[in-house]
Design a protein around this ligand. Structure first.
Ligand SMILES: [Zn+2]
Length: 417
């Protein structure tokens, strides 16, 4: 392909460079855009005019003047379109509608209690998506895409190959949703989505090498190396929940024994906590199951209160609950140490449900890191809990959809040009 001589293509590339800059750093003046990109002021003016025509930029008042005429500032039009991000959990669906900058404008949670087949879950998922589509304000581009994070292994065609905790095998989720909603759909692992969410909007913003560990019913991880999500040869990387921490341990649904998630996940701690939680606490919220829809609010689905109940129990001074968190935190730490020694990351983020019990888990995890991680690896390492709390995955999933929209634009203008 002839690139250097193709002025039209050069122009398209420059245009996306200008747009990328303004998406990340607006408001900026035309002069600042020229300075930062190295393009001439005349070129910037032409490109900006086109982007304004395409409803992707607008002008606001005036910026700081260094004497003389005050510059007009350019702003990325973040409400030119919307994206949907979904965290398809084992026990509920959490979904958000965001603008093109990732600002959440609507949020919904739906319980999956009692829904066992992929068809039932898919039905509920489509309900959520339809509701959010209808909530999207009028805009030039409408809903530009849907990103879905799933607790399992997905392929590059958006098929969920294996999601042990959902009981799914070979569900062609992307094509099913695209057929229904007629917008591009991106399916990825929920921990990958969480890692990207934290990298784009959360605690990982200024970090190039981070590992996001999603601890819910199971454990997954998203690996970001040199600012890029690492997917492995086939896109299956990050299944750290299934690395072995006990050579002769308990049997796991994956077919192996002694997997990390059997000892350090929400499921693991709740199994052990059953005896601690009073019948009242265990039943808490079960009456609310029929009122499964908790639409448009950030409130938790009440029936998922078990981990919260256990944390409250620990808060109230219950030593057995505190000891259980300590033990689980230490198991979590053992896996984290292996990750630290392998990847030498700057940042490990514990995300998903365990963020709710940070106060009880963090000390034990840090203690184990201090005791066991190689000293060189420990030097520059930070361990944090997710900055976005329970929203890392939905934020990342929505950002997959937004990135897809802008990537498609670049390809299509490049090819047509
Ligand atoms: Zn396993």
């Amino acid at each position: 392909m002839k690139i250097t001589g193709d002025l039209n293509l050069m122009k398209k590339i420059n245009k996306s460079i200008v747009l990328e800059l303004l998406r990340k750093a607006s408001p900026l003046s035309r002069a600042e855009v020229a300075k930062t990109t190295g393009l001439t002021k005349a070129t910037v003016s032409t490109l900006v005019a086109e982007l304004m025509e395409e409803n992707l930029l607008y002008e606001i008042g005036t910026g700081e003047s260094s004497g003389g005429r005050k510059p007009v500032l350019l702003v990325f039009r973040q409400d030119a379109g919307y994206a949907i991000g979904v965290d398809l959990g084992v026990r509920d669906i959490h979904a958000v509608l965001t603008d093109l900058k990732g600002t959440i404008v609507h949020e919904t949670r739906s319980s999956l209690r009692g829904m066992d087949t992929p068809e039932q879950v898919l039905g509920r998922l489509k309900d959520c998506l339809r509701r959010l589509m209808n909530k999207a304000p009028a805009s030039p581009y409408g809903v530009v895409g849907i990103g879905v994070g799933v607790p399992g292994i997905t392929d590059d065609k958006g098929t969920v190959l294996f999601a042990p905790n959902l009981g799914w095998r070979n569900v062609p989720l992307q094509s099913l949703l695209e057929a229904e909603f007629k917008v591009p759909v991106i399916i990825d692992n929920e921990a990958n989505a969480g890692a990207v969410g934290e990298k784009e909007f959360g605690i990982g913003r200024d970090v190039s090498n981070l590992i996001y560990i999603s601890v819910g019913i199971g454990i997954g991880s998203g690996i970001i190396l040199k600012d890029e999500l690492y997917r492995g040869a086939s896109g299956y990387s990050g299944e750290m929940g299934h690395f072995t921490v006990h050579a002769d341990g308990r049997p796991c649904r994956c077919g192996n024994v002694g997997c990390w998630e059997l000892y350090a996940s929400e499921q693991a701690i709740l199994a052990e906590a059953e005896a601690l939680l009073s019948p009242d606490a265990a039943d808490d919220g079960s009456g609310a199951e029929t009122a499964a829809e908790a639409d448009d609010s950030a409130t938790e689905v009440p029936r998922q209160a078990e981990l919260e109940a256990l944390a409250s129990l620990a808060d109230s001074g219950n030593e057995a609950a505190q000891e259980l968190f300590r033990r689980t935190g230490r198991y979590l730490g053992v896996g984290v140490v292996n990750i630290i020694n392998t990847f030498n990351p700057e940042l490990i983020i514990i995300g998903n449900r365990f963020t709710l019990a940070e106060r009880w888990l963090a000390p034990s995890v840090r203690e184990v890191i201090q005791e066991r991680a190689l000293p060189y690896h420990r030097e520059r390492l930070r361990l944090e809990f997710a900055g976005l709390g329970l929203r890392s995955s939905v934020a990342g999933a929505a950002s997959f959809a937004v990135s897809g929209f802008f990537a498609d634009r670049q390809v299509s203008v490049g090819m047509n040009g």
